[in-house]
Write a protein that binds this ligand. Structure first.
Ligand SMILES: Nc1ncnc2c1ncn2[C@@H]1O[C@H](COP(=O)(O)OP(=O)(O)O)[C@@H](O)[C@H]1O
Ligand SMILES: N[C@@H](CCC(=O)OP(=O)(O)O)C(=O)O
Length: 371
């Protein structure tokens, strides 16, 4: 086992740290200020060593339960939003007080999925973060739960954190939770083994990673592993650790599970295209087109398209799907959905001159891995 990704996390000059509800709130009592202060102590220590940190914090819903006399996490969206509305205020206040002990200023950034799905909003968010960091503030991020509808919500701050890590070009992502690492099965069941490092995708084979969460968070370990894979496969090392071990995690990083980054880092635009953008439709590819696009990194031509669905216009983002119905790539399509049916399957030189172009140009295309 190599210490390379842990050394990179220990030396990072820009970090995204995400903390889950389970590490900040308790079912009956709401926000646990003692645990929040301990997390802030660890972050402030790292900031004092000149690391810029963006904190993605869950816990708004959990923090809003006790003030509204709600016993456990509500299932319906309206009550979750009411709890988040009350809880986010408490959370932001607690962070402002806690960072204030170190004379650090916090800035609240509440994002909806539109802020990353739409390219113009994405760039706007990027500017806000870089300005806050340049001014020496600690951005504290959460989903804007009170306005996010069922359809558009992330519902999952692990994914939001991996998107933010790319948005701000962080050197590493640290996911803090109530569990100290990824195990080969749900540690609550006992008899499980800690995974110290995920060097490549094959290290995840055979693991039982639960959706079931602590009861306070959402997505369980499954959403953390998905977020870690997204970040690592596009060049960002990730550490999953317990919030209780935050000092060690943000220090030498010799705790938890580390995900080794694979390949080179995607540009902000290609990352956005592959992982953040919303998709407006699907192009179905034959095997030859899949090989050309995924292995040889060529443009997608009409000859290799077998079908289309969705409602898209030229310039929209679409999924590229193989014959087994797996999404193998995403790209910006060069035709409206209404134009494609009469073009597909035809070779480029048979097309009318005004339509003699790639369906998706190689520069606008990002191959994705699938499991
Ligand atoms: N293979 C696994 N390894 C580690 N934890 C797991 C695994 N499968 C399920 N879990 C559970 O995932 C929970 C963490 O997820 P969650 O409650 O959503 O955390 P958070 O609120 O921090 O996002 C842990 O309490 C743990 O019991
Ligand atoms: N935005 C929600 C948290 C959503 C979420 O992903 O929660 P968690 O699994 O605890 O990171 C809140 O603040 O309660």
């Amino acid at each position: 086992m190599s210490d390379q990704p842990r050394a990179a996390i220990a030396a990072a000059s820009r970090l995204v740290v995400k903390v889950g509800s389970s590490a900040l709130t308790t079912a009956g009592d709401g926000l646990d200020v003692g645990r929040l202060d301990a997390l802030v102590d660890a972050i402030a220590e790292r900031v004092a060593r000149d690391t810029q940190i963006v904190l993605v914090s869950s816990g708004a819903i959990g923090a809003g339960l006790a003030p509204l006399s709600l016993g456990k996490r509500p299932r319906d969206l309206a009550t979750q939003q009411a709890a988040a509305s009350v809880g986010q205020l408490a959370l932001a206040h607690a962070y402002a007080e806690s960072f204030g002990r170190y004379s650090l200023t916090v800035g609240q950034v509440l994002l909806t999925s539109d802020d990353v799905v739409r390219r113009a909003h994405y760039r706007n968010a990027e500017r806000t973060f870089s300005r806050l960091l340049a001014l020496g503030a600690v951005p504290v991020v959460n989903e804007n739960d009170t306005v996010a509808t069922e359809e558009i919500r992330f519902g999952d701050n692990d994914r939001l954190a991996s998107l933010v890590a790319h948005l701000i070009r962080a050197d590493a992502l640290v996911l803090l939770s109530d569990v100290d690492a990824l195990y080969d099965g749900d540690p609550r069941a006992g008899g499980t083994r800690r995974i110290a490092e995920v060097a490549d995708e094959s290290d995840l084979d055979g693991l039982s990673v639960g959706m079931s969460s602590s009861g306070l968070g959402t997505g369980g370990m499954m959403s953390k592993v998905a977020a870690a894979r997204t970040a690592a496969s596009s060049g960002v090392p990730v550490l999953i650790a317990a919030a209780a071990d935050a000092r060690e995690a943000l220090g030498a990083a010799q705790v938890g599970t580390v995900f080794r980054p694979a390949g080179s880092r995607l540009s902000a635009r290609r990352f956005w295209l592959g992982y953040a953008a919303g998709s407006n439709g699907r192009l179905h590819l034959d095997d030859g087109a899949v090989a050309a696009v995924v292995r040889r990194r060529r443009s997608l031509l009409a000859a290799g398209v077998t079908g289309v669905d969705g409602d898209f216009q030229a310039g929209d983002v679409v999924d590229l799907v193989n014959p087994a119905q797996q999404v193998v790539a995403r790209g910006v399509v060069a035709f409206d959905v209404t134009e494609l049916p009469e073009l597909i399957g035809r070779s480029t030189h048979d097309l009318p001159p005004e339509q003699r172009r790639e369906v998706v140009h190689a520069d606008d295309l990002v191959p994705l891995r699938h499991r």
